[in-house]
Design a binder for this molecule. Structure first.
Ligand code: PHB
Length: 550
């Protein structure tokens, strides 16, 4: 029997799909979940097997998701793209905790030189919403969006101090049905118990968790002494919501027994964790009210246009349903049906069916009194874990490839070295041909002699040479046989969310093939479009995660 997945667990728990649920939306969310579970990439036939859907259905769903910018078709594979993070970002923005507390977690990680995470409760699990990761030989680290079973983490014991009898019952049911944690792909499964000992083993695990929850209630902090993996230890403290007094999220410091044996954590790491948590709680008390961002607009016209263009291959109800999730965001954490309909431009009937479907899928919950809908942490299942660890070169690569194919000239991405004298190539897409420029990733060239270096130097603070002033004003740089006779190139900057040029992209050609004018007339517009595509992805991914530029 194949391992039970989180998706199976949902559909089983939800039993019947409500009659009003939007079928294509259920199936489309299923495809996104399977892709995320598989690490971001599956072939259409693997998707067919994983979802049980017909090939024609898989094809129409992936065509729709591709149109939405959520997946890309790469040869024979379907690949999640950074665009899909707009869904998880809507949840994280609505939650506000990463924006309000992330910098404190990062500072604590720097101070302790250990990884620090923030997690929220997700039913009987814990889900990470922020990670300040130290790269270490001896450390496992989880990704934003990863879901862990409560009883195998320190945060879980703290969340369970607030569990109701129903929560405990749900937890016991899950433990009985999935004693090896196969529904949690982020953790190694528990070892197979010796024959005849399964019940006793499970009972011991459950009793130990109940003990840890009692200790967490008494102490106000919790330990993870290698509950997930040998060597992995953590100490956690709750960050309480100043209005309700309830646990808003849990901050954890994660270490390894070789540096900090678990028994010593209360004396070594806990005091500084508690100081940081007090500061976080003060930040929550004094935070100004959120700035409601603009609601998405023009959805109805966008989907109608796509339908007209793609016809049968565009599943409009799926596109509309997913975009309902993006109506939420900073300052828009709880929305009524009317709010959602207004924000999306959908009819009330369409918005209502989409919300009911999302409720069934566990992606939104409705507060009973006023039927105000909110997003749940499960929205992070839709792509966050695989995409929250990407780098700028990795996310740029498919865009460079598409550019090189379009203009039939090689394209490259580069950054400025720390001292600003050289550019280093970080990604590239070559073209075939006898006379073609091939600069390997990792190569360094003098910044001032390359188009890449010039656009990056032109972004520097302080006085610029007349040449660089001009580069800055025109937004691109040319290099004409300065580095090597015959080599001609044009480059534009790639800017981060603050507007700083963190990298540059260029296209290189041979002087015999293109005049300088041709470079500006023909290559520059394609290059600019590519830089825009890379930037759009970078801005989506970097909203709540750090994206290394190399
Ligand atoms: C983590 O942030 O990776 C983490 C936190 C608490 C745990 C285990 C891991 O108990």
């Amino acid at each position: 029997m194949p391992a039970m997945t989180a998706v199976d667990a949902d559909t089983r728990a939800g039993a019947g799909v409500p009659a009003e649920a939007v079928g294509p939306l259920v199936r489309g969310v299923g495809v996104l979940r399977r892709l995320a579970e598989a690490g971001g990439t599956l072939s259409p036939s693997a998707l067919e097997r994983a979802t049980g859907l017909a090939r024609s259905t898989v094809d129409r769903i992936t065509a729709t998701l591709a149109r939405m910018g959520y997946v890309r078709l790469d040869g024979r594979d379907v690949v999640l793209t950074p665009g899909v993070l707009e869904l998880g970002n809507a949840f994280l923005a609505a939650l506000r905790l990463p924006a309000l507390l992330g910098a404190r977690a990062d500072a604590l990680a720097d101070e302790l030189d250990e990884s620090v995470s923030l997690a929220v409760a997700d039913r009987d699990g814990v889900r990470f919403i922020h990670q300040a990761t130290r790269r270490r030989a001896l450390s496992v680290s989880f990704r934003i969006g990863d879901l862990l079973p409560a009883e195998r983490t320190a945060p879980g014991a703290l969340f369970a101090t607030e569990w109701t009898e129903r929560d405990w019952a749900r937890w016991r049911t899950r433990r009985a049905e999935d004693p090896r944690d196969t529904a949690f792909p982020a953790v190694p499964p528990r070892p197979e118990p010796a024959p005849g000992t399964a019940h006793a083993t499970a009972d011991a695990v459950d009793a130990a968790f109940a003990d840890r929850v009692r200790a967490a209630r008494r102490d106000g902090w919790a330990l993870d002494d290698q509950l997930i993996e040998p060597g992995l230890v953590a100490v956690s403290a709750p960050v309480r919501d100043p209005r309700t007094g309830r646990v808003a999220c849990v901050a954890s410091v994660v270490s390894h027994t070789s540096r900090h044996p678990a028994a010593e954590l209360p004396a070594t790491l806990l005091p500084r964790l508690r100081t940081a948590v007090e500061a976080m709680e003060a930040d929550l008390r004094t935070a100004p009210p959120p700035e409601p961002g603009p609601a998405p607009a023009g959805l109805a016209t966008w989907t109608t246009a796509s339908k007209q263009e793609l016809g049968r291959d565009f599943v409009e109800s799926l596109a509309r349903g997913l975009t309902v999730l993006t109506a939420f965001g900073e300052g828009r954490p709880a929305l009524s049906l009317t709010d959602v309909a207004r924000a999306t431009g959908l009819s009330r009937a369409t918005a209502r069916r989409a919300l009911l479907t999302h409720e069934h899928l566990g992606l939104v919950t409705a507060a009973h009194e006023d039927r105000a809908f909110t997003l749940t942490p499960r929205v992070l299942d839709l792509g966050f874990p695989p995409l929250s660890r990407t780098t700028l070169p990795r996310l740029a690569q498919p865009h460079l490839r598409a550019l090189a194919d379009r203009v039939r000239e090689p394209a490259a991405l580069a950054v400025l070295t720390a001292d600003g004298t050289e550019v280093q190539y970080t990604a590239g897409a070559a073209t075939s041909g006898v006379l073609t420029v091939r600069i390997p990733v990792g190569a360094r060239l003098p910044a001032a002699a390359t188009s890449l270096g010039r656009v990056l130097l032109a972004d520097a603070d302080g006085p610029l040479s007349p040449e660089l002033t001009q580069v800055r004003a025109q937004g691109y740089a040319l290099a004409d046989e300065e580095l090597e006779s015959g080599l001609r190139s044009v480059a534009v900057p790639v800017r981060d969310r603050t507007g700083r040029a963190v990298a540059a992209v260029n296209v290189a050609t041979h002087a015999a093939r293109r005049t300088l004018e041709d470079c500006v007339q023909r290559l520059l517009p394609a290059l600019r479009a590519t830089a825009d595509d890379i930037q759009r992805d970078l801005h989506q991914v970097s909203r709540f995660t750090k994206v290394p530029t190399t």
